[in-house]
Design a protein around this ligand. Structure first.
Ligand code: HGY
Ligand code: MN
Ligand code: MN
Length: 417
């Protein structure tokens, strides 16, 4: 195809990213960001974004859980559209580029294509998925799970936040109405979906490459454990009598780390990111501990095998310490393979732009993991400094943003023609 000559306005994009970062509940100022789904701050950020979509001449649709679709209508609007986009929620005390690069970068890609005079046959949507992070409801990608059928409306409606408020109540209180079933995409909705995202790893920067074209997305599993022992007075209960829930949980956490290190797959990663001790007093023996496990691998089968070994190890440790352990698997998703046609379009775009690039897997999960169930899907990565993400010092440069947006724009142009 005849590629349009693009002018990406990286300065405009950076200023919009900086403005978006001000919508934050973090105790520290930007670039530290906390933006949890359906909070007042999240809703203000959505209003800001809607203003940008409308200023770009896009028509905006919001579904029953807040997934937002900003559409550039094509000359043949009856055809399945091409989608791009990502998320704008941010885990506590994190950075300002995770997800937002895909939403505002997708918008800038459309503006650049408009400026070039390109006119798409297929409509192009910038999608802002309502919540990609698991912060509030324990499960990530709730918007794309519902859209793709990976989670039923009933399962979604019943999710609860820490206060015990259900997803359904919270989304209604936030002003999102309508039957949850109405948010489910039909298989023909999109002919292609491409997400621009920071790599959240060091490979591109280390290799001096500008673009990563993703070929597969790792499979995440989230498991909640609860260990129950016997509390008591820290002075009065002698050591042989104890059934200390925290000491048992500590053994389990170390066993999890050991099983991950010993796994045959180098891509298997295990993280215990949250641990809650009850009653949590200096002179009281812990009677109950809850902790979370985030377990991933690009090889879904190996991940499940390691999960089985982890559960067996925790059960054995509990028996040895005369405590109880229970677990609940919140999600154990299969990996996604990116569509060859989209991988090829992104490779052609990077080559046309003369950008050093590679094909790679994504170890972080993304809404694309679920969009891949309802549309041919791909991802484009740009480097982030030191591979750092989910931290306030997460950073990608204006030049790297410009390369990513230009590559996305030429990819969209191919897919929408
Ligand atoms: O955890 C992840 O992979 C994503 O950033 N939520
Ligand atoms: Mn993230
Ligand atoms: Mn993300």
């Amino acid at each position: 195809m005849e590629f349009p000559t693009l002018q990406v306005d990286a300065a405009q994009l950076v200023s919009e990213l900086e403005q978006l970062a001000t919508y934050s509940d973090c105790s520290e100022p930007p670039p530290a960001v906390t933006r949890v789904v359906f909070t007042e701050t999240d809703l203000r950020a959505r209003d800001y974004l809607r203003g940008l979509y409308e200023a770009a001449g896009l028509t905006v649709r919001v579904d029953a859980v807040g997934n937002t679709f900003a559409r550039w209508e094509g000359t043949e609007p009856e055809l399945p559209a091409v989608g791009t986009g990502s998320h704008t929620d941010a885990i506590p005390h994190s950075g300002m580029y995770d997800g937002t690069v895909g939403v505002l970068g997708g918008l800038e890609a459309i503006r650049a294509l408009k400026r070039s005079g390109f006119q798409p046959r297929r409509s192009i949507d910038v999608v802002m998925f309502t919540s990609e992070e698991p912060t509030r409801f324990g499960v990530g990608c709730t918007g794309s799970r519902l859209m793709s059928g990976a989670m039923t409306p009933e399962e979604l409606a019943g999710l609860q936040d820490e206060a015990g408020t259900t997803y359904d109540e919270v989304r209604s209180q936030a002003g999102f109405e309508g039957e949850l079933t109405s948010a489910m995409l039909d298989k023909e909705a999109y002919s292609a979906f491409v997400e621009l995202h920071i790599e959240q790893g060091p490979l591109l920067e280390q290799a001096g490459e500008a673009i990563g074209v993703v070929t597969a997305i790792a499979a995440p599993a989230t498991v909640h454990f609860e260990v129950t022992g016997e509390g008591g007075h820290a002075g009065a209960v002698l050591m042989p009598m104890r059934r200390d829930a925290l000491a048992a949980a500590a053994g389990m956490v170390l066993a999890i780390e050991r099983l991950a290190l010993d796994s045959s797959s180098p891509d298997l990663v295990a993280t215990v990111g949250e641990l809650d001790v009850h009653p949590g007093a200096v002179n009281s023996i812990p009677s109950r501990v809850r902790f979370t496990l985030d377990l991933r691998d690009i090889d879904g089968e190996n991940r499940d095998d390691v999960l089985d070994s982890i559960i067996a190890a925790c059960t054995q440790i509990a028996a040895g310490r005369r405590v109880e352990v229970s677990h609940k698997v919140l999600n154990a998703d299969p990996p996604a393979v990116c569509d060859e046609r989209i991988v090829d379009a992104a490779l052609q775009a990077a080559t046309k732009l003369g950008l050093p690039h590679r094909q790679m897997i994504s170890r972080a999960y993304h809404d694309s993991l679920f969009m891949a169930r309802v549309a041919p899907t791909g991802m484009i990565f740009i480097p982030c400094r030191g591979g750092v993400s989910h931290r306030p010092d997460e950073y990608t440069s204006p030049e790297q943003l410009e390369s990513g947006v230009a590559t996305l724009a030429l990819t969209l142009a191919q897919l929408a023609s």
